[in-house]
Design a protein around this ligand. Structure first.
Ligand code: PLP
Length: 410
């Protein structure tokens, strides 16, 4: 080798080409700049759009009482929390919120986090590690999957909602510490897992159950107390085997998340969760807005009833799609309604067709969902009107008629 060889190219030089690869494979994601425009309406990159993609299921994100609570709290507490909760960041607002969260979900104790992603990636490694066993539903949210990987426990992945497979895996596992992790309401399908059956398996095999209720909290159960309350497993029926996690940026309309359950377990998480200990606590203005939100959520039966009627309206309105298209609506009683289209191209074409009519419904493609099940993920909200849903139904039927012509005449 002589010193005249050209310098080795740096891997950093490859990044633009890799971006171009993503673009060619239609995998380059683009952010849209959004501004609220009243109800479920947005300005998206400057264009008016009716959105069916927000997780603000109760329409509380823009509630004036939340803004007012945040404004007052900013006046009192200032903005930043200034530190980790274990040093100086645990404000009186955050403390009060934790008590109110525990009371709302009818579990002994709650721990409030700045984000759901950080909650799951933090608490799973605090619970299990090398030599322990994790059991994970195949359709779990990314942050449960990432938390499982970070933990270094052995991961057993079972087919979606297949409790017989889960039982076989639990029975075969020699690990002393077993943790089952599952979405309560699955974020891309909208279905609710059978929580009593899942808990019964955990009882039988001495496993702990972590339920992520990001999409059920505020929506399901009496007064919106969530999927676990919906299953009748809170209050006097609460099991110390269940850790209930939910996010606060969806139906609660603000930001953050919490985990609730047995007092000793929550104390353990407070001691051991690195994403909690080594991160700045959420600003008290958010906790103050959330305290207001909990009151609104508890009193939001009218919003929940309206949401339920929109879900029925959508499902009824999609029963008579042309069969030849092969589109089908997955079973779901939640605001997450998945209309499976099939191929990526077809799903994108429908999304674009809707967009051209001022309707924003995201197409979800593999790898987020299994290959061949590209879909529209229709998220309904109490902020929608019956007219909004009627407009979406009319647009979908018009597109279905257009797209089914070539199929039928083939
Ligand atoms: C949104 C979501 C999260 C992440 O919560 P963030 O507060 O947005 O970080 C976790 N789990 C599920 C199932 C979610 O849908």
């Amino acid at each position: 080798m002589t010193s005249s060889t050209a310098p080795q190219p740096s891997w950093l030089d490859e990044i633009p080409a890799r971006l171009a690869d993503l673009d060619r494979a239609h995998l380059l994601r683009r952010r849209r700049v959004v501004e609220p425009a009243g109800g479920a309406h947005l300005r998206v990159d400057g264009q008016p759009m009716l959105a069916f993609c927000s997780n603000d299921y109760l329409g509380l994100a823009s509630h004036p009482a939340l803004a007012e609570a945040a404004r007052e709290a900013t006046h009192h507490f200032g903005l930043g929390s200034g530190g980790s909760p274990l040093v100086s960041g645990h404000s009186a607002a955050n403390e009060a919120l934790e008590h109110e969260l525990a009371a709302y979900v009818q579990l002994p104790r709650a721990l409030y986090f700045y984000a759901g992603y950080a909650t799951n990636t933090g608490i799973i490694p605090a619970l299990v590690g090398d030599g322990d066993a994790l059991f994970s539903d195949a359709l779990n949210h990314a942050c449960l999957i990432d938390g499982a990987r970070l933990s270094r426990a052995t991961i057993h992945r079972y087919p979606h909602a297949d409790l017989a497979s889960l039982e076989a895996q639990l029975a075969a596992s020699p690990a002393r510490r077993k943790l089952v992790i599952s979405d309560a309401v699955f974020s891309m399908d909208g279905d609710l897992i059978n929580i009593p059956a899942l808990l019964a398996l955990c009882e039988r095999y001495d496993a702990l159950l972590l339920l992520d209720d990001a999409h059920g909290f505020g929506v399901l159960g009496p007064q919106g107390r969530g999927s676990l309350a919906h299953a009748g497993l809170t209050g006097p029926n609460a099991s110390r085997r269940v850790l209930y996690m939910a996010t606060l940026g969806k139906a609660a309309g603000v930001a953050g998340a919490f985990v609730a359950g047995d007092t000793a377990l929550i104390e353990w998480l407070l001691q051991k969760t690195r994403t909690y200990i080594f991160a700045t606590a959420a600003p008290p203005l958010l906790a103050s807005a959330l305290r207001q939100s909990l009151q609104l959520m508890a009193a939001a039966d009218v919003r929940r009833a309206h949401l339920a009627s929109l879900i029925t309206q959508l499902r009824t309105g999609l029963t008579d799609l042309p069969e030849a298209l092969g589109w089908h609506l997955l079973p779901s009683h939640t605001p997450v309604q998945a209309l499976v289209i099939g191929s990526n191209d077809a799903a994108l074409a429908v999304m674009e067709g809707l967009r051209a009519q001022g309707l924003w419904v995201p197409a979800i493609r593999p790898p987020t969902v299994p290959a061949g099940t590209a879909r529209l993920r229709i998220a309904l909200s109490a902020a929608h009107t019956t007219e909004d849903v009627a407009q979406l139904l009319a647009a979908l039927h018009a597109l279905a008629a257009q797209l089914s012509v070539p199929l039928v005449s083939r």
